[in-house]
Design a protein around this ligand. Structure first.
Ligand SMILES: [Zn+2]
Length: 471
């Protein structure tokens, strides 16, 4: 590995969450009856004309602002010609000569810059569905707006590629321009991978792995491909084994397989779409305010809430998580306690159960109340975890759960003093030893009092009273 250098560039297709398609008024909803969300335009019928969706333009501009890119006042639409059953026109309308967004950047945690060459608007194709011997075409997706985001070949490992993708994923979700649901294909990635001996100026032969839709598969596919290239170098078979082509990742075998020779842009016979004027971005779009971005929020959490970099990174990794955290703060929970209850306790339980934060059975209000009851010493930290366990299973209120589990701590000083007196008089020998200087016996007394109270005595009060009695 140390003899070689990996070069990775990524193309990400993001489905923009506009209500209607990019060039017609059909809805973009997912999962409807096949071919119901169609019209002459997205069916590609002769004579039907495309009309640009302004919302799609606005969302592309928002993305451009978020990655510090140049937004072109004028951009153009071209026809990209190829034939697929799910592409009824025989061409896809895309931006080739001048994209709406150019020259952006995203920074990895270590400060490394990954360049974004361009982001352009285009229409999605339909879907081919294969059932046994029969293949069917569903054109509901045809014409859904896509933003294709093309990176520079700046990544040098699968880890860097995944970090870049996760940052990109978080940015589009924070902007609210896409649900970026990877299972439903609203955020999918093509990876361009090549390997060269260290020190070589020219890039190695590039292969493209198509249509990856989970972070885990993307990592596996890239790593498989890197290994295949290095092996080819080592066995002196590079020229034969590694050819410029498009490959598919087989999620079952964990291998990539040749799909077809890679087309060059000339193969698509791009030409200006005569049905669409050049796109002029309205002036007011240049002044659109965009929401706080993940890296900005992370910085703010570190400064305002004094959270560690790692914790701030976890809490801001998804907009829903940050919203949950901020709700807890709003309800009066201290930042460190909110972080502990949310990032460690709740997320740990959700991950184990395979539930996302959006579908958490425990709301921010309930989790905040657990933290508050702990602070008030109504329950102990350990008690709070038991309450949370119960809330994961049952839809009940926090105080109800505390009652049900019998976790209410005894904070009545008189009651605790009584137990302390009993413990001390039952252990007169140890008290004498303590007073003679064996101070580590203090823990023994605390333990005995807690035991006698069946774990319900408030430990802070136990400590206080013991100290008074033993001094
Ligand atoms: Zn339509």
């Amino acid at each position: 590995m140390s003899k070689y250098e990996v070069v990775i560039g990524l193309e990400v297709h993001v489905q923009l969450n506009t209500k209607t398609k990019i060039f017609c008024n059909c809805p973009t909803s997912f999962g409807d009856e096949p071919n119901t969300n169609t019209c002459p335009t997205c069916l590609g019928l002769p004579g039907a004309l495309p009309v640009m969706n302004k919302e799609a333009v606005k969302k592309a501009v928002m993305f451009g602002k978020a990655v510090n890119a140049k937004i072109n006042k004028i951009s153009t639409f071209e026809r990209k010609n190829y034939f697929y059953p799910d592409l009824p026109k025989g061409y896809q309308i895309s931006q080739f000569v001048v994209p709406i967004v150019e020259n952006g950047e995203i920074f990895l945690d270590n400060g490394k810059k990954i360049g974004i060459t361009r982001a352009h608007l285009e229409e999605d194709a339909g879907k081919n569905i294969h059932e046994g011997d029969v293949s069917k075409v569903d054109l509901n997706r045809a014409g859904t707006p896509l933003l294709e985001i093309v990176s520079e070949p700046d990544m040098r490992s699968s880890d860097e590629a995944i970090e870049y993708l996760k940052k990109l994923h978080a940015i589009v979700r924070y902007l609210g321009i896409s649900d970026a649901n990877m299972q439903e294909g609203s955020f999918r990635c093509d990876a361009n991978v090549s390997v060269r001996p260290k020190g070589q100026k020219e890039f190695g032969t590039r292969v493209e792995i198509k249509n990856l839709n989970s972070f885990r598969f993307i990592k596996q596919a890239i790593e498989y491909e890197i290994e295949r290239h290095i092996e080819a170098y080592e066995y002196d078979e590079y020229e034969d084994e590694v050819v410029q082509e498009t490959r598919l990742f087989d999620t079952k075998s964990g291998e990539t397989k040749s799909m077809r020779g890679k087309e060059e842009s000339a193969d698509y016979r791009y030409f200006p779409d005569p049905d669409l004027l050049p796109l002029e971005v309205p002036d007011e779009f240049f002044d659109i305010e965009i929401p706080e971005l993940p890296h900005e929020k992370k910085q703010r959490y570190m400064e305002e809430y004094k959270l560690k970099e790692y914790d701030a990174g976890v809490l801001t990794s998804e907009p829903e998580l940050a919203k949950f955290f901020e709700k807890m703060i709003e309800l009066g929970v201290e930042p460190n306690a909110a972080n502990r209850w949310l990032a460690i306790e709740l997320l740990g339980r959700l991950n184990k159960a395979g539930i996302s934060i959006e579908n958490s059975p425990v709301s921010a209000q309930k989790l905040a109340l657990i933290a508050i009851r702990e602070k008030e010493a109504v329950i102990s930290g350990a008690g709070g975890k038991k309450v949370l366990d119960l809330l994961m299973e049952e839809d009940i209120e926090v105080d109800e759960a505390i009652e049900k589990l019998g976790l209410k701590q005894v904070s009545d000083e008189g009651a605790i003093e009584k137990i302390v007196d009993e413990v001390l008089s039952a252990n007169e020998d140890k008290v004498a030893e303590y007073k003679a200087g064996k101070e580590k016996l203090f823990g023994f007394f605390v333990g005995q009092v807690m035991k006698a109270s069946k774990g319900k005595a408030n430990p802070q009060i136990v400590n206080k009273i013991l100290k008074e009695k033993l001094s």
